[in-house]
Design a protein around this ligand. Structure first.
Ligand code: UD1
Ligand code: UDP
Length: 361
């Protein structure tokens, strides 16, 4: 039996990154299995992506669900250890920076299984973010470091990673965007949410914004200031929903809070927006390609290429309202630079690197 490749996914941002890689390896005839850890499990946080992105039904679903970091990561590790010992893949492919990613890397490395990390080398240099810890550990354990941007390559070089293991492959999240862009219907989104004039799309879920009640209150105040300027549609992530509601988020008539959206519906809404306010990693990248001004409510970003090349800028809760006023007055840019290799072919490049590695090892 030729070498088996095992993909580990589990949380919403994993799915659009994995879809093009699975497709490209399939085209090369590589045997694959797809694992869903169950980190995310709501229909709109998980199943809808499998349907819309043409992902195969997972071969195994660990069903771990939510928990503290230790409980969730440990549950994923226990499930994956049994599974990897049984399946004995030649390579495990992990995506991004979520708990499912680091759990898979820890298990595979101790079983002596090669690891490919898609989206390696991103750094916020902010150790208060769980994702930064997950990135550092996963990269340290990975055999193939597949990077979306040149800054990631520089970070890995500074950390002493051998250049032979590092590959600039482009961004599979953007493969998914470009493959589906013909379905992103801004007019349908306007009709669905009754959006006559200018509108802003928002997403908020980072612990630094929503976990602490004082942070949540300050955030709500800033978001109400945004809603004073334009209608806001906010598909709200389940994390922090209760705290944001308690802080009064739902109390502004111009702020439409809705459940998380399917990928196609969400991107249709973003495509037609006058601006986006977010703390999401993926949304910083997607707005860069769509040319939608993106205001990122964070003190840092592990995706600086979306600022140097794209439409992104960092904002605080204190200056958000003022910055947004300037962005709305300026309107969307006609042209803007796009990061290198964000061209819709990252999945193919990743598949080529993986198959070359497997043939040589
Ligand atoms: C996780 C990732 C984060 C990523 C985000 C994308 C980690 C450490 N964090 O954060 O990097 O940006 O996913 O969305 O892996 N919940 C539901 N339904 C679900 C999933 C979660 O209600 O389907 C609720 C639960 O109350 C859960 C909370 O959301 O406790 C947080 O979920 P979790 O996966 O632990 O972290 P996220 O905040 O989603
Ligand atoms: N997304 C979606 N529906 C939503 C919000 C987000 O389909 O209601 C998509 C969007 O493509 C985004 C991806 O989910 O890039 C992952 O987003 P999330 O903010 O959850 O994760 P992050 O990128 O911050 O880790």
């Amino acid at each position: 039996m030729p070498d088996l490749v095992l993909h580990v996914t589990g949380a919403r941002p994993n799915f659009p990154k994995a879809a093009p890689v699975l497709r490209a390896l399939d085209a090369l005839g590589v045997p694959q299995r797809l694992v869903h850890t169950g980190q995310h499990y709501d229909e709109k946080m998980s199943d809808v992506f499998f349907r819309q992105l043409g992902l195969p039904k997972p071969d195994m679903d660990l069903g771990v669900g939510s928990g503290t970091h230790a409980k969730q990561t440990a549950a994923i590790m226990v499930g994956l250890e049994e599974l990897m010992e049984r399946e004995r893949p030649a390579m495990v492919v992990v995506y991004g920076d979520v708990n499912s990613t680091v759990a898979a890397a820890l298990v595979a490395s101790k079983l002596g299984i090669a690891i490919a990390h898609v989206e390696a080398g991103l750094r916020s240099f902010d150790m208060t973010m769980p994702e930064e810890i997950n990135r550092l550990v996963t990269d340290r354990l990975s055999d193939l470091l597949l990077c979306t941007s040149p800054d990631a390559i520089a970070h890995l070089g500074n950390e002493g990673v051998h250049p032979d293991r590092i590959h600039l492959v482009g961004n599979p999240m953007i493969d998914t965007l470009l493959a589906n862009i013909h379905q992103f219907d801004a007019d349908a989104a306007r009709a669905e949410y009754d959006l006559a004039g200018r509108y802003v799309v928002a997403t908020l879920h980072r612990p630094g914004n929503v976990d602490d009640p004082a942070d949540a209150a300050a955030l709500v105040k800033a978001m109400h200031g945004v809603a004073d300027q334009a209608t806001v549609v906010l598909p709200l992530h389940p994390r922090g929903r209760g705290r944001l509601q308690a802080a009064g988020l739902f109390d502004h008539p111009n702020l439409k809070i809705i459940d998380p959206l399917g990928y196609v519906e969400f991107m249709g809404l973003v495509r037609g927006a006058d601006a986006v306010v977010t703390d999401s990693g993926g949304v910083q990248e997607e707005t860069t390609i769509l040319g939608v001004p993106c205001l990122t409510l964070r003190p840092n970003t592990e995706r600086p290429v979306t600022i140097t090349h794209g439409t992104n800028q960092l904002v605080t809760r204190e200056n958000l309202v003022q910055v947004l006023a300037g962005v709305l007055a300026a309107g969307r840019a006609e042209t803007w630079p796009v990061p290198p290799l964000w061209d819709g072919r990252a999945g193919e490049r990743i598949a080529a690197v993986i198959t070359k590695y497997l043939a040589a090892n």
